[in-house]
Design a binder for this molecule. Structure first.
Ligand SMILES: CC(C)(COP(=O)(O)OP(=O)(O)OC[C@H]1O[C@@H](n2cnc3c(N)ncnc32)[C@H](O)[C@@H]1OP(=O)(O)O)[C@@H](O)C(=O)NCCC(=O)NCCS
Length: 152
């Protein structure tokens, strides 16, 4: 199993992973059109988890936007194909991306906005920031001065 950056031709497949959660009643084609036009989706870096040559999970990484400070990153749109959930894939992908960001990309703090029960992210080391839906994983180098990234 490995995590890597997504390739351009994989984007439709990646968008389709979250279809059941985020399509709000749209058809798959309508949903994909929206994803392809999304400025936020084009501005981030998509990562995938690959198991036996197949993509199983994906997430997007943001930096230098959404009020993320220098050295701070955000992750979002974490999703696993519905039939493959509960196999530890999303947890594995988050941990691998975390290692890359803190290891070679000088990340000081990683943020996310949780749409689901925070326990999932707490188990991966993220801590809730009081009074917000935001959670942070940090190596202690960042001062939390109360200014939070906007929703992504
Ligand atoms: C959340 C999600 C990414 C987890 O993917 P996964 O590959 O099954 O994750 P893992 O196998 O590593 O972990 C499974 C855990 O996710 C938790 N989980 C899944 N959906 C959840 C939800 N809606 N609320 C809270 N926890 C959830 C489960 O409780 C499970 O923990 P358990 O084994 O103790 O029951 C997947 O369910 C998904 O794609 N959901 C739709 C998109 C989404 O809502 N993404 C989160 C955006 S913040």
């Amino acid at each position: 199993m490995k995590a890597r950056k997504a390739k351009e031709h994989e984007l439709d497949l990646i968008y389709s992973i979250g279809f059941d959660a985020w399509s709000s009643g749209l058809s798959l084609e309508e949903y994909l059109v929206g994803c392809r036009k999304s400025k936020k989706y084009s501005a981030g870096t998509w990562y995938v988890l690959v198991e036996k040559d197949e993509i199983v999970s994906s997430l997007i990484v943001y930096k230098s936007m959404f009020n993320l400070k220098e050295g701070c990153f955000g992750i979002g749109s974490v999703a696993t194909f519905r039939e493959l959930r509960q196999n530890g894939y999303a947890s594995r992908l988050i941990n691998l991306v975390k290692s890359e960001l803190f290891g070679s990309l000088n990340c000081k703090a990683l943020y996310l906005h949780s749409d689901i029960d925070r326990q999932f992210y707490s188990r991966l080391g993220f801590v809730s920031i009081q009074g917000s839906d935001c959670m942070i994983y940090s190596n202690g180098q960042v001062d939390c001065d109360g200014s939070l990234p906007t929703y992504f």
